[in-house]
Design a protein around this ligand. Structure first.
Ligand SMILES: Nc1ncnc2c1ncn2[C@@H]1O[C@H](COP(=O)(O)OP(=O)(O)OP(=O)(O)O)[C@@H](O)[C@H]1O
Ligand SMILES: [Mg+2]
Length: 815
């Protein structure tokens, strides 16, 4: 008998196995006494890790001496092998105790030797067997066995289980990746419950010991149940793992997809010529930042923001916010340009060219420029032009800009109530913007402009939204304005080389701390003569140009201009005058364009047709001349004005009625005037009892305009005296002055404006408080020449100068 130890290692049938000659051709090696193997005995091959099931084909590695002997003998005798799983996988020369005693008979289909020289036997499982006893005395293992091969039961129970098992198996295969078609085919074609069970058992991916347990379960039903259970579990596991797999693959695919889409978009943009726009934009911004020559702190901030921008998708809401902010930073004038030296002579020329008169003011401006020229780094005061509308405040500012070769920008502060309008809103607010100052710096585009802050007197006072005045202080204060901080920019901006000029109509509403920092220059208004000159030299030419007429086509005589000044306008400035001249010239333009005339010469008589009836004709003459009416002089923000005090008497009980929107001070001044009149009744020539049976009514038109102040005292006294004595006030006399109960005339303000107003109204004599003599110098020489000024110290002098002598027939008013 040939004995051959066989051995095996976990088998793997692989492609690089080379087929050898069939096993039966192999010559057995004789070793010791041959002994015939009993009929019921099997040549045993122990294997590690492989459980052979009936019907299964498995390559077994034949390495051990005894295994090889066994294979040889089996081939020689043409008998099947008995394959047993080692229970102790470590045993090199396994004995009966190292083996499971249930196994499968195997027919060797062929032997092959791999290129490395290892031998393999391709075996097919046939039947289960159980070892009854091992037999000694052979060069290989042998055992007496009992073949276990029950017939197919064929009962519905088994059939049903088999059917279910097949379904589950197919299901499992579907869940497995890359299952060969043949396996599915083989499974579908299988018949017989036990063959099915064995086939599936062989395929199962379970531990060898578990497989052994299946092999040892001889009861078919029990085995089917066990398999069903195993498969169900397997299916669950497979499903879960597949789900996880799909999910992870899903998320990977998702990010992949985005990447792919983005890439595609980039390509499309490129195709459309929009490619790399974002990158180009960033590069452009970077270049602009380089060129803006910002101070270090600002530069750092700009680059930080640029970096944030780069990281941001273009659609993000914050993107445009940052972009806008960067634009602001870039476009602000950070660079300090070298300043051309101021040419004082040229500055004088420019000021003279643009403005008639205003000698004192021009002188002051030239002084200011000279100081700036000699000491550019020194702190120059902030000029503030104060005066009524249309006197040339704004245009003087423009001339200063021209004279110094700077750009001019105007910031209107009228109605600014919110600090943020000056200092801007923080960037965290939606739609936030820098304040007025920074906005205009960007607009003007140069560091050293002339910035005119118009209407500082109309600045709202501090309230809920912070004090705009204190923000403006910071702008104007040379100590602070080199690091002016706008809330939006949030970086300091240097305003120290800006030349600030303020304008206002009145002084007293300018916040105190602000006024302290300014050098006030008053522009009181023009006389008629000055207006004529301004019209001649500037306004007519400007309006000619505006209407498109040539100077030779139209001529306005001085008389006509004077008539416009006197009869059609009453103002301190020249704005209405310019407007009326414009109206006249447009009328001429129509006639010339119609072809009616080729040349027009406008005299005073032509005006009515073009401007309508005279607007301010002898108002004074009309109103006065009646006892009880006096002409007062008032000071208003728009210049001086005349005002009428009307007094009348009616039967009553000695009351004083005051109308015309008089303020408290003015009311008191009326009371004082009445008391004074009562106290002087004997000297004035009427009975004090008069008052007991009368009510006195004092009215000051225009009734809708609020009026206040004590300076109408003299006029009230004169009006009341006129009423009670019946002596009318001379129609060409106007007066101003406060009164005391002792009959003194006290000084008042705004002398110059008042005198000019009187002049405009056609007054020839003005009564002024004697203590205002110090203001005489202020009065324009032309006014001094044409007006008779009476300085009054006591009310009696006022009466003497203002009232016409009592007509003989007019008796003191009856009671
Ligand atoms: N002395 C002058 N010589 C020539 N033109 C003058 C003179 N004064 C004023 N003007 C002209 O009158 C017009 C009105 O002047 P401007 O706008 O400067 O007035 P303003 O004082 O700024 O008034 P507002 O207080 O209303 O702003 C301008 O066209 C200006 O050129
Ligand atoms: Mg102005």
């Amino acid at each position: 008998m040939n004995e051959r130890p066989t051995d095996e290692t976990p088998a793997s049938a692989d492609a690089n196995l080379r087929q050898e000659e069939p096993a039966r051709g192999a010559q057995p090696t004789r070793q010791g006494t041959p002994r015939a193997l009993p009929e019921d005995a099997l040549i045993i091959v122990p294997v590690r890790n492989v459980v052979l099931f009936p019907g299964m084909v498995v390559p077994l590695t034949v390495g051990r001496e005894r295994s090889r002997a066994a294979a040889h003998e089996a081939a020689r005798l043409q008998r099947p092998l008995g394959v047993l799983l080692q229970s102790n996988a470590e045993a090199e020369e396994p004995g009966p105790d190292d083996l499971h005693w249930v196994g499968t008979t195997a027919n060797v289909l062929r032997y092959i030797t791999s290129p490395e020289g290892t031998h393999h036997a391709i075996c097919q499982g046939a039947k289960r067997f159980r070892v009854l006893q091992f037999i000694e005395g052979y060069p290989f293992m042998a055992a007496q066995v009992e073949i276990i091969d029950p017939p197919e039961p064929g009962d519905p129970d088994t059939e049903g289980r088999a059917h279910a098992l097949k379904q589950r198996a197919l299901e499992t295969l579907q869940l497995l990746p890359q299952v060969p078609e043949e396996v599915v085919g083989a499974l579908t074609g299988l018949t017989g419950a036990s063959r099915l069970a064995d086939f599936i058992s062989g395929l199962m991916d379970i531990a060898p010991s578990e497989k052994q347990a299946l092999l040892e379960t001889f009861d078919l039903k029990a085995r089917l149940d066990k398999l069903l259970e195993l498969l169900s579990h397997r299916i669950e596991v497979l499903k879960v793992s597949r789900e996880i797999d799909e999910r992870t693959r899903g998320s990977i695919e998702d990010s992949n997809r985005k990447h792919v889409l983005r890439e595609q978009m980039r390509q499309i943009q490129k195709e459309l010529g929009e490619g790399d726009e974002a990158a180009a934009e960033v590069a452009e911004l970077e270049k602009a930042i380089d060129e803006a020559k910002m101070p270090e702190e600002v530069d750092k901030q700009a680059r930080k923001e640029l970096k944030r921008l780069q990281r941001m998708p273009e659609g993000a809401g914050e993107y445009s916010m940052i972009r806008t902010y960067l634009d602001w930073l870039i476009e602000l004038p950070w660079k300090a340009e070298s300043e051309a030296a101021i040419d004082i002579a040229q500055a004088r020329r420019i000021l003279d060219d643009d403005h008639f008169g205003l000698e004192k003011i021009k002188k002051r401006i030239l002084e200011y420029l000279a100081v700036r020229k000699l000491n550019p780094s020194g702190r120059s005061p902030i000029l503030c032009f104060v005066g009524p509308p249309g006197v040339g405040k704004t245009s003087l500012g423009q001339s200063i800009a021209k004279a110094t070769g700077r750009k001019f920008v105007r910031v209107s502060l009228g109605g600014v109530h919110d600090e943020a309008e000056i200092r801007g809103h923080r960037r965290t607010y939606i739609g936030a913007l820098p304040g007025n100052i920074v906005q205009n710096m960007r607009k003007v585009g140069t560091h050293n402009c002339v910035m005119m802050l118009d209407e500082v007197d109309k600045l709202g006072v501090g309230g809920f939204h912070g004090d705009p005045g204190s923000a403006l202080l910071e702008v104007l204060d040379p100590e602070q304005n080199s690091t002016f901080r706008d809330n939006y920019l949030a970086v300091p901006f240097d305003l120290s080389s800006v030349m600030f000029i303020c304008t206002a109509n009145v002084l007293d509403t300018i916040p105190g701390p602000l006024r302290d920092r300014m050098e006030v220059i008053q522009l009181p208004g023009y006389t008629a003569e000055e207006k004529l000159q301004i019209a001649r030299r500037y306004l007519v030419a400007r309006q000619l140009a505006a209407t498109g007429l040539k100077p030779e086509q139209c001529e306005i005589t001085d008389e006509a201009l004077m008539a416009i000044v006197g009869d059609y306008t009453r103002e301190a400035g020249v704005r209405n005058l310019e407007r009326e001249i414009g109206t006249v010239l447009r009328g001429v333009a129509v006639r010339i364009a119609e072809g009616a005339v080729a040349h027009a010469k406008i005299g005073p008589d032509d005006l009515a047709a073009m401007l309508g009836p005279r607007r301010f004709e002898a108002e004074v003459a009309m109103r006065s001349g009646v006892p009880g009416v006096a002409t007062g002089l008032a000071w208003t923000p728009v210049g001086g004005d005349i005002l009428f005090i009307e007094a009348t008497r009616m039967p009553g009980a000695g009351r004083l009625i005051l109308t015309g929107q008089l303020g408290d001070v003015m009311k008191e001044s009326a009371q004082a005037a009445l008391s004074l009149v009562k106290a002087r009744s004997p000297e004035l020539g009427f009975a004090p009892e008069l008052f007991e049976k009368s009510d006195i009514h004092v009215h000051v038109p225009a009734g809708a305009t609020p009026k206040d102040g004590p300076s109408a005292g003299v006029a009230m006294f004169v009006a009341l005296t006129s009423l009670l004595t019946g002596r009318p006030v001379k129609s060409d006399v106007a007066m101003t002055g406060e009164i005391s109960l002792r009959g003194l005339v006290l000084p008042i303000g705004g002398v110059k404006e008042k005198v000019l107003a009187a002049l405009r109204a056609g007054i020839t004599t003005v009564l002024l408080p004697a203590r205002n003599r110090r203001d005489f110098e202020e009065i324009p020489p032309s006014a001094r020449e044409t007006l008779r000024i009476v300085w009054v110290e006591r009310v009696d002098e006022a009466i003497a100068a203002a009232l016409s002598p009592a007509p003989a027939e007019v008796a003191p008013a009856p009671a």
